[in-house]
Structures are given as C-alpha cells and as structure tokens.
Design a protein around this ligand. Structure first.
Ligand SMILES: Nc1ncnc2c1ncn2[C@@H]1O[C@H](COP(=O)(O)OP(=O)(O)O)[C@@H](O)[C@H]1O
Ligand code: SF4
Ligand SMILES: [Mg+2]
Length: 324
C-alpha cells in the first residue's frame, strides 16, 4: 500500500491583495521507506506543501484535495485533530528550525513539552532517546544545555532526534542542510538516510533548492514550480534524462553532478518565478520556457507513466504529444 497519497491538493494564503495560490492542485504518492526530494526555486510552494501536511494554520487555508496516510484520510484542515497526529504520525522540521528553537528553555524542557502533549513520560522514552543521541554522537549533557550553547550541526542533529523520537510515518525535512557548512551538510544528509534505514521514520520528504543534495540521498525527486508539480521520477532518471523543460534547465544549472568541488559557476534560469497572486494562465512555466508555443496557453495535463513500481509524472504539452 502507498504510504502517502496526495490528490489535487490546494492550499492558498489569504492576503489583503487576494489569494496566493502556493499549492494549486498537486497530486503524488510515496511508497513505504521512500526518500522523496522536493525541489524547485525559492518561492515555488515547497515549504507550503510540506507545512500543509503537518501544521496548516492561518493565513494558510485549505482549498481542496485529499491526503491519505497509510490509507487513512488525514484531516489537514482540522488543526485540533491534526495535533494528535503531529510527532507521532507526521513530523516537520521547519525551515529555520535552528533559529526557531526557544532560546530560554533547555533542550530537555523542549522535549518534555512535546512529550507532555502526547501523554508520554520522559522516563518512558529515555532509553530510546539515549540510544539515538549516541547514534548521532550527541553527549547526554546536551539535554541540560540551552540551544544557543550548541553548534549549528549539533542543533540540527538534536532537532532531528526530537522530531523522530516517536517514529512518525512521515517526516518532512525543510532545508535542513541549508544553514550548515559543507561537511556538516553531508553528515546530516547521511543521518536522514540512516534514520530511514533504521525505520525511525516511515518515509521522508526532503525539501531543498539544492538538487545535488538529492542526487546523493533521494529515491525520487518531485520538481515543483509556481504551486504546481512539473515532473516527478526516480532520482537517476530525472537527473540523467529530465523531460520537462524546467527540470532540464534546473539540472543544466547544476555544477557537474558528481564533481566534488565544482569550479564552474552556476548559471541560474533567466527571469524569476511568477507572482502566485495571479499566476500565468495555462502552463505556469510558459513565461520563462524556451520551448513554449500557443498550445501552452492551455494548462498541460499530468501525464503519468508506470514502469514497474516506478511512476513518472510530467506536466508539459511536449510530453503529451509524444504519448499521443
Ligand atoms: N505567510 C504568507 N502570506 C502570504 N504569502 C506567503 C506566505 N508565506 C509564503 N507565501 C508565498 O507563497 C509562495 C510559496 O512560498 P513557499 O512555500 O515558502 O516557497 P518555497 O518554500 O518553495 O520557497 C511564495 O509566493 C510566497 O511569497
Ligand atoms: S507546456 Fe509549454 S510552456 Fe509549459 S513547459 Fe511544456 S513546452 Fe514549456
Ligand atoms: Mg521554503
């Protein structure tokens, strides 16, 4: 059975100037044990999609769609019910989690607050906590420290241990390596894989603007642009043989994949993503796509191809014509 199934999900921000259509009809699914990378330029709706599966709160509003976790509907619009799923079933490491840690509370207090909301005693969970802290090479003294006393890497490891302590089915890790130096980034990326291998988490969505990180750890990649799914496929296929013009440009702008210390300068994609208050009609990538033609004024359908267990999805008229 699929671990996660998301169907036509729409989540907007309510603002005085109108609705910001940050997640606008997104459909995908994940298998148990899968690490899925969620990639795309800044402002494309990645964090909104991740947050909406765990903690949807104003000015975000649920507009439509379904989310199933292990076959059970997840009432993401219902804050109260979702509180009972948080940490135990779905867990989020938010973007900027490191600076968001309450600086006036020791790490142990942060943890006991989470446990209290779940009716779990610290002593009950302590043996497992100790085991996991050892695994990520954090000394127990960290529990009696304030967040500001920890280095960025230690904080990120502690946040990862805390957010997965109750073995959630789904972990969403939003830009968890972005604020770290290169060697710490690698260690945190390895930890994500290790947590999955040890079944501390059922599956992981790794949100990042850095596709080369995903090349190392993700089983599949989901490319998002302007609130929509552009392409989804296995990591290898998507990076070696991208089919969507947006993915092609993203991949082309990477330093040579595999090169450890690339000297080549990154070439971004010309232009920037559109405002999501009034996104372009038809294909949302139309205003920057080098291959656009009049057909693209209509919204391209999502073409889905199955190859064994692998599903490849692409939203581009070029792909439709090929399969016609
Ligand atoms: N609180 C908010 N109110 C209004 N618009 C927002 C808010 N947060 C994010 N947005 C908008 O929603 C869109 C998606 O943002 P986000 O999900 O943070 O993108 P990403 O994580 O891909 O950088 C952007 O256009 C952003 O400006
Ligand atoms: S549908 Fe058209 S505009 Fe959109 S990515 Fe494909 S070719 Fe480009
Ligand atoms: Mg973000």
């Amino acid at each position: 059975m699929e671990l996660l199934a998301v169907e036509n999900l729409r989540v907007y921000y309510q603002t005085l100037r109108g609705d910001v259509k940050a997640v606008d009809g997104v459909t995908f699914s994940m298998s148990p044990g899968e690490i899925m990378g969620l990639a795309g330029e800044s402002g494309c709706g990645k964090s909104t999609l991740g947050r909406s599966l765990v903690l949807l709160k104003p000015p975000m509003k649920y507009v439509g769609g379904k989310v199933l976790l292990k076959g059970t509907p997840l009432p993401i619009w219902d804050k109260k019910t979702m509180a009972s799923f948080r940490f135990s079933e779905v867990s989020l490491i938010p973007q900027y989690a490191l600076s968001a840690l309450n600086p006036t509370r020791k790490v142990k207090k942060l943890l006991t607050d989470i446990l209290w909301s779940k009716g779990i005693k610290f002593s009950q969970i302590f043996p497992e906590l100790r085991r996991r802290m050892e695994l990520v090479e954090l000394p127990l003294e960290v529990l009696n420290m304030y967040p500001f006393e920890l280095s960025g890497g230690m904080k990120q490891r502690m946040v990862m241990v805390l957010s997965t302590l109750l073995n959630p089915s789904l972990l969403i890790a939003d830009e968890v390596t972005s604020a770290l130096d290169v060697s710490t980034q690698k260690a945190v990326a390895r930890m994500l894989v290790e947590f999955r291998d040890r079944k501390f988490v059922g599956a992981i969505i790794v949100i990042t603007h850095d596709i080369s990180l995903l090349y190392q750890i993700a089983d599949s990649i989901f490319v998002m642009y302007a609130g929509k799914l552009m392409e989804r496929g296995s990591t290898e296929d998507l990076i070696q043989r991208p089919k969507h013009p947006y993915t092609q440009l993203l991949v082309a702008s990477l330093p040579r994949i595999g090169a450890r210390y690339a000297q080549e300068k990154l070439q971004g994609i010309p232009g920037c993503p559109p405002s999501l208050l009034e996104p372009p009609q038809g294909c949302r990538f139309r205003t920057r796509c080098p291959r656009t033609w009049e057909k693209c004024l209509e919204e391209p359908p999502l073409v889905t191809t199955k190859d064994g267990d692998l599903t490849w999805q692409v939203a581009c008229w070029l792909a439709v014509d090929k399969h016609a």
